[in-house]
Write a protein that binds this ligand. Structure first.
Ligand code: PLP
Length: 476
């Protein structure tokens, strides 16, 4: 297993955003300049208000014309939400961010700004089932064609890109295939054709990888998962990298480089420079779609971000321990974890996942599909549900849940085999997680005490012969 820096810490020589403070400090402080000026409250206040009083008629008119910046109406701007947006922009190293009511709302906002009827999106195949369904059925319904390509082959993206490509898309760590694509290679082929790269960084979080440092132009994330970390709040974010030259392509990106159809005489690229995408996403997408994040949700997510660096360290340590345990278990047919040396993208993961290999792993049992379903039902500590990235260990069976809307061929292209069990490893004591899994595997397969046993691995290291590549997948 490769050594990593502390989650989120910048490598030597890379400039730190946001006043030069370290990642762990920014998790706690970024986005909040000081105590609340009205009350002195140190925690970010929850501004539970729909609207904000204008100073006078000129001020109101300026706000509506985007000539002045300030809060107008909480469907699209709110001070509590803005604190979260500044924090997440800082953590991702972006210029600005827009928080949305869910991760899917962030993707919808990005697509609404970048793509119109007749355009296409070139996306990795190994992605979250909901994203696949959105692109293949909802974007498609609006006249935007979805082109799914081999996640790991930059040449496949290059071959699919044409003059109508609105953006290229991939996930830092594919859900649930857990493959890590070559972000810089994909960014290079996208930029060669003047197309931005949008990366879903949900599974890595900025604690493990900042795609904007590797050529991505835009990042979206479900804050529902590790960013929040407690499984209480659905949310999303869209982060602007500030790097894409929208002004050079007014016809291809009319919402950014052209004159806005809603704000007469305004080119977002000219007026807002390196924040153009975030401002357009707020005032053209979230403002009209009505799917911005709510103040209470932003407030709980702010609390979650404070411990992000610490939690990710523990998630990664525990996942490595569980991966080693499963790799040694006689009833386990295969294990996929990017930290295992046998994993198909271990090298790329070691390059891009600078803070650790993440908290997710997948495995298959020798009992195939039936055993996969049974093990999900048999766990006690690990919760059988649809989420990931909670402090609690979570387990699910994607073929019959998250990816059930896809055909079996589409499931396989997304990295979902019928026997795949997905485990989101929590931050509990590792011995308890291992004991729970050992008992559940026994119950699901009748394997007896086949595993190496809880606690038998103390450092998560496995040798070259460890299971971990899709080639080792046997029984379905
Ligand atoms: N991206 C990934 C990788 C996900 O796993 C999910 C949800 O599971 C989403 C995006 C969508 O996020 P949300 O559920 O917050 O809309």
């Amino acid at each position: 297993m490769t050594d990593h820096r502390t989650p989120g810490s910048e490598p030597a020589g890379r400039p730190r955003p946001d006043g030069g403070r370290g990642f762990g400090t920014r998790c706690v402080h970024a986005g909040q300049a000081g105590p609340d000026p009205a009350t002195g409250a140190r925690a970010p206040p929850i501004y539970q208000t729909t609207s904000y009083v204008f100073e006078d008629a000129d001020h109101a008119a300026d706000l509506y014309a985007l000539e002045a910046e300030g809060d107008v109406y909480s469907r699209f701007d709110n001070p509590t939400v803005a604190t979260l947006e500044r924090r997440l922009a800082s953590l991702e190293g972006g210029t600005a961010a827009v928080a949305t009511g869910s991760g899917m709302a962030a993707l919808d906002a990005a697509t609404s700004i970048l793509a119109g009827a007749g355009d296409n999106v070139v996306s990795a195949s190994s992605i979250y089932g909901g994203t696949h369904t959105y692109l293949a059925t909802m974007a498609e319904r609006r006249g935007v064609e979805a082109r799914f390509v081999d996640t790991l082959d930059p040449d496949a993206y290059a071959a699919a890109i044409d003059d109508e490509t609105a953006y290229v898309h991939c996930e830092t760590i594919g859900n649930p295939s857990l493959v890590v694509p070559d972000l810089e290679g994909i960014a290079a082929v996208a930029h060669e054709r003047d197309v931005p790269l949008l990366v879903d960084n949900t599974f890595a979080t900025p604690a493990l990888c900042r795609p904007l440092d590797h050529g991505a132009d835009l990042v979206w994330e479900s804050t529902t998962k590790w960013l929040h970390g407690s499984g209480t709040t659905v949310g999303g974010v869209l982060v602007d990298g500030g790097s894409f030259p929208w002004a050079d392509h007014p016809e291809k990106f009319p919402e950014l480089g052209g004159e806005s159809p809603a704000f007469e005489g305004t080119s977002f690229a000219e007026r807002f420079g390196d924040r153009a995408f975030a401002v357009a996403a707020r005032h053209r997408a979230v403002r009209t779609l009505g799917d911005g994040q709510k103040p209470f949700d932003a407030w709980t997510t702010l609390q979650g971000t404070e411990t992000l660096a610490l939690r990710m360290e523990r998630h990664c340590e525990n996942a490595a321990t569980v991966a080693a345990f499963l790799a040694d278990h006689e009833a386990v047919a295969w294990v996929t974890y990017p930290g295992l040396e046998g994993h198909e993208t271990h090298e790329t993961a070691a390059e891009y996942l600078e803070g650790g290999f993440g908290g997710m792993l997948t495995f298959g049992l020798t009992g195939g599909y039936d055993a996969a379903v049974r093990v999900c039902e048999a766990t006690d500590l690990a919760q059988f549900l649809a989420n990931v990235g909670d402090a609690k260990t979570l387990v699910t069976h994607p073929a019959s849940t998250t990816h059930a809307q896809l055909s079996e061929a589409e499931q396989r292209a997304s990295g979902v085999s019928p026997d795949l069990v997905r485990l989101s490893v929590g931050i509990e004591d590792p011995d308890d997680i291992l004991a729970d899994l050992a008992a559940a595997i026994d119950a699901a397969t009748g394997a007896g005490a086949g595993g190496a046993g809880p606690g038998s691995k103390d450092n998560g290291e496995t040798g070259d012969d460890a299971a971990g590549t899709s080639d080792t997948r046997g029984a379905d």
